[in-house]
Design a protein around this ligand. Structure first.
Ligand SMILES: [Zn+2]
Length: 252
């Protein structure tokens, strides 16, 4: 039985977080690995994320409350190893209310080459003009490449700066915005944009038309407007409800 002590308004946010897990899985942004969190709606010094479970399987009972050190408030279930990413971002970025760490495959080639990951599709503008890249090996030598300590997370977050996205070399990426819907939308379109950019580079690697600084800021405002976020979210949530109904039907 789900027993987290939250306000009624916060309860709706938790349902959104569950939905976010499912949407990100359906778009292939996360698979068995990767995770998404929200800042606690009732208290800014905590955040909420699932216990160690594949995102597509996350349900509300799986959610765990964490402090800014990534310690569970009251829970003894196995937890994601890379909680430090979330803890550190929420700690130093008061503007951030939702974080997604993922291993989306399409973005990975851009983390191991000198080809910058930049938006070419208008819907991908919220990923920012150019995604910065952070290589754990540059700072910590040979490791298992996971961000499991505050020290490593601090190094990552220093490169993230005040931006919305960062590539993690040979590993994946992290997305941080003010809102769970915005983080999901940015994560989904950053991955789609990476696929499109790979195609564009194959067609003509010397003449790709990237979005300009001005286009990125104008389009981000549009994509993050309540109208756009709600339209995307409602469509994706309806797909999730439909597939849940199919799953339930299959089980009968
Ligand atoms: Zn990871």
């Amino acid at each position: 039985v789900f027993s987290m002590d939250v306000s009624l308004a916060a309860r709706a946010k938790l349902a959104e977080l569950v939905m976010a897990n499912h949407i990100l899985a359906r778009f292939g942004v996360v698979d068995a690995f990767g995770h998404v969190s929200i800042r606690h709606p009732d208290r800014a010094d905590r955040y909420i994320m699932s216990c160690s479970r594949a995102p597509e399987q996350v349900e509300i009972e799986d959610l765990v409350e964490f402090d800014m050190g990534g310690r569970p408030i009251s829970d003894d279930r196995p937890l994601y190893a890379e909680r430090a990413i979330h803890s550190e971002i929420y700690r130093v970025r008061p503007d951030v209310a939702a974080v997604c760490h993922n291993h989306a495959p399409a973005t990975l080639p851009f983390s191991v080459t000198n080809t910058p990951l930049r938006p070419i599709a208008h819907v991908a503008a919220p990923m920012g003009y150019c995604v910065p890249s952070w290589d754990i090996r540059e700072h910590f030598g040979d490791t298992d490449m996971l961000v499991t300590t505050p020290e490593v997370a601090k190094s990552l977050v220093a490169v993230l700066g005040d931006g919305p996205t960062i590539l993690m070399t040979g590993h994946g990426s992290t997305v941080a915005t003010h809102d769970i819907r915005a983080t999901v939308l940015t994560s989904v379109y950053m991955n789609e944009n990476a696929k499109l950019l790979t195609s564009a580079l194959l067609l003509d690697r010397n003449a790709v038309r990237y979005l300009s600084h001005g286009e990125v800021s104008a389009l981000t405002a549009r994509q993050f407007s309540p109208l756009a976020l709600e339209r995307a979210w409602n469509a994706w949530a309806a797909q999730d409800a439909a597939s849940a109904a199919v799953r339930a039907g299959t089980n009968n």
